[in-house]
Design a protein. Structure first.
Length: 419
């Protein structure tokens, strides 16, 4: 039986595994390394975060993105976006160097067993471990608006479903959403000859500014410091102090996690969108149905005006929602013991342990607990060492039955003793 089973081999899973290996834990890592970056993002996309804020985490800080780029003869520079393909290759390089070999099989179900957990793999093998770190990324949590869910997959998809946009060349596509995924997808579609429009509820698009230089006058840095999530003290707090964020009242944590760093396009995609993509703002889809081999979208404007349009395909760039119910690889009884927050996401303690003893969570599932940084690669730097310390603490104390009360998770548990 392993000390730790890491389920998922994206930035969070690989970072956790690196710290766990350095701590001397017996370890198994399951999943295809960087799968969502390799399989769910088309060529031509770039990281929105700065290169220095896109490192995976190892204890010595040796396997950084800039070191990978330098090894290949180019510089990872502030203000120069990194191609998604380069970042995926960096993750594979990190996996080869910073942790034991990754088992690329996937977990189909995870349940409790005597002394810990057992995971059933896609070929039927069973792997047992005393603790588990669930780092499954964002793909299990795709959010498609209810109004679109009855459409055939021929006519609707999520932006994360596309490794290759080539099938839309010469067709008519409507992208729903106003964030980076929507705008960059629309730009790529337009550049390949697709007739594309963006439809968004907001009355205007938001664009991030060109980042200021890293080296600035002291007054400018003090007034608006750099952070892994952008400039400004609020972003600095979210990025650099997730442990403090967790001390905020639950209602505020949940609200900020949902609203902070809202939909916005990167500065470098603006000039690719504005001249080439039709943008319909202040419109919400009220009805969607298939007609004559196409989709008719009936929309309501902010003033109540009704319009409609026909399109061949709808791409919902409408984000992700990490709820307990969507963790369907967990056995039903395990999932039932997850304590949900107000937004449906699982509550976690100070070291990322869920209300199920020995089950640790990482990434998007913990954003309402530790803040918006958990929605980005940057959050892995905080998560990995803290979570591994929690695993070691749990291994020392044993894995009891029942459920761990998580302080602050619900009003009726506000007085529970720590996690």
């Amino acid at each position: 039986m392993y000390d730790l089973l890491v389920v998922g081999a994206g930035p969070y899973g690989l970072s956790i595994a690196s710290h766990a290996a350095a701590a001397g834990l017996s370890l198994r890592v399951l999943g295809r390394p960087m799968a969502s970056w390799r399989d769910h993002m088309p060529p031509g996309m770039f990281l929105k975060s700065e290169p220095w804020a896109s490192n995976l985490s190892d204890p010595e800080g040796r396997w950084r993105l800039d070191a990978y780029c330098a090894e290949r003869g180019f510089e990872a520079r502030h203000g120069r976006p990194i191609p998604v393909g380069t970042f995926a290759s960096y993750g594979l390089w990190f996996a080869r160097n910073a942790l034991p070999p990754v088992d690329e099989r996937t977990v189909t179900s995870l349940q409790r067993c005597c002394g810990g957990f057992e995971a059933v793999l896609n070929d039927g093998e069973v792997v047992r471990a005393r603790t588990v770190a669930l780092a499954v990324g964002v793909v299990p949590f795709v959010e498609v608006p209810p109004v679109l869910r009855e459409l055939s997959p021929v006519h609707v998809s999520h932006s994360s479903h596309h490794r290759d946009l080539g099938r839309f060349r010469g067709r008519d596509v409507t992208v729903i959403g106003g964030g980076q995924a929507a705008l960059e997808t629309a730009a790529l579609l337009a550049e390949q000859g697709t007739r594309v429009r963006v439809l968004a509820r907001s009355g205007h698009l938001r664009w991030n500014d060109v980042p200021p230089p890293l080296e600035r006058p002291l007054w400018d840095s003090a007034r608006s410091p750099h952070s892994g999530l952008g400039c400004g003290w609020r972003n600095w707090f979210y990025a650099e102090r997730p442990g403090w964020y967790r001390r905020l009242p639950e209602a505020r944590r949940v609200r900020v996690a949902a609203e902070a760093l809202g939909p916005a396009g990167a500065w470098w995609v603006r000039d690719r969108v504005e001249p080439a993509v039709e943008v319909l703002l202040g419109q919400e889809v009220a009805v969607a149905y298939e007609t004559g081999g196409a989709v008719r979208l009936e929309t309501v404007g902010r003033g109540g005006e009704l319009t409609s349009l026909d399109t061949e395909h709808v791409i919902a760039a409408t984000g992700f929602r990490a709820t307990c119910e969507r963790l369907d690889l967990l056995a039903r009884d395990v999932r039932a013991d997850l304590l949900p927050l107000a937004d449906g996401s699982p509550s976690v303690g100070r070291d990322f342990e869920s209300s199920v003893p020995g089950l640790f969570l990482a990434g998007l599932t913990t954003a309402a607990g530790f803040g918006p940084a958990m929605r980005f690669v940057y959050g892995a730097t905080f998560t990995a060492p803290v979570l591994v310390r929690g695993v070691r603490r749990r291994l020392r104390s044993g894995v009891p039955g029942g459920r761990i009360p998580v302080p602050g998770a619900r009003a009726d548990l506000a007085s529970a003793a720590g996690s």
